[in-house]
Design a protein around this ligand. Structure first.
Ligand SMILES: [Fe+2]
Ligand SMILES: [Fe+2]
Length: 198
């Protein structure tokens, strides 16, 4: 099939738009978290935003590799979430976007790309879907811990790490203030914590 006339071209344009918006929303969440003093939540979303922009770049590159010539405008019909709100509401919305990208949108885009004969595009959709699945699990874990007010507690001893100075301390509960640099627990690194499976 000619790529210029394919559904895969449209799906790549939609995926590019979605990833740009995910990246933008995560930067907004990151800014909101800073304004509420949650430095570590901010850092966590900043790193997700970086992932989303890398996905956007991947889709952008595939588009330019497959188009017969550059196109001034590609029309798409698509819906995107606009769910502003509290920090918690925005985190919840992010989690459901990740879930639908992982379980519905990108798997269906991959199938269409395969059927149309664009195996390289199908492969990228599948790889991005896997990352979005991890994002979903991480964001969901973070949301649940924040909601139940147990972000700084763990069922088993955990190595809490200050993102600022690198100090670590292993315990079921995190330190309130880092004994080394004296910043609050809001600087404790969250990445590993939300990777921890229940
Ligand atoms: Fe993404
Ligand atoms: Fe994501």
């Amino acid at each position: 099939m000619n790529f210029d006339d394919s559904q895969t071209k449209i799906n790549l344009a939609r995926a590019f738009s979605a990833e740009c918006q995910d990246g933008a929303r995560y930067q907004f969440i990151s800014q909101k978290a800073v304004s509420e003093g949650k430095q570590n939540v901010s850092t966590f979303f900043k790193s997700l935003a970086k992932n989303e922009m890398a996905h956007a770049k991947t889709f952008w590159t595939l588009m330019s590799q497959h188009l017969s010539k550059p196109q001034r405008n590609i029309e798409i019909k698509a819906g995107y979430p606009f769910e502003d709100g509290s920090l918690m509401e925005m985190i919840k919305s992010a989690s459901s976007t990740e879930k639908s990208e992982n379980s519905t949108i990108y798997p269906s885009f991959a199938k269409i790309a395969e059927d149309e004969g664009f195996k390289d595009v199908a492969e990228k959709f599948k790889l991005v879907a896997l990352v979005e699945g991890n994002h979903f699990l991480q964001i969901e874990a973070l949301y649940n811990k924040l909601k139940s007010d147990c972000l700084y507690e763990n069922g088993t001893p955990y190595e809490w790490k200050c993102d600022n100075c690198g100090h670590t301390h292993t315990d079921k509960k995190a330190f309130e203030t880092c004994p080394l640099c004296e910043l609050t627990k809001d600087y404790i690194n969250l990445t590993e914590l939300v990777n921890t499976k229940a």
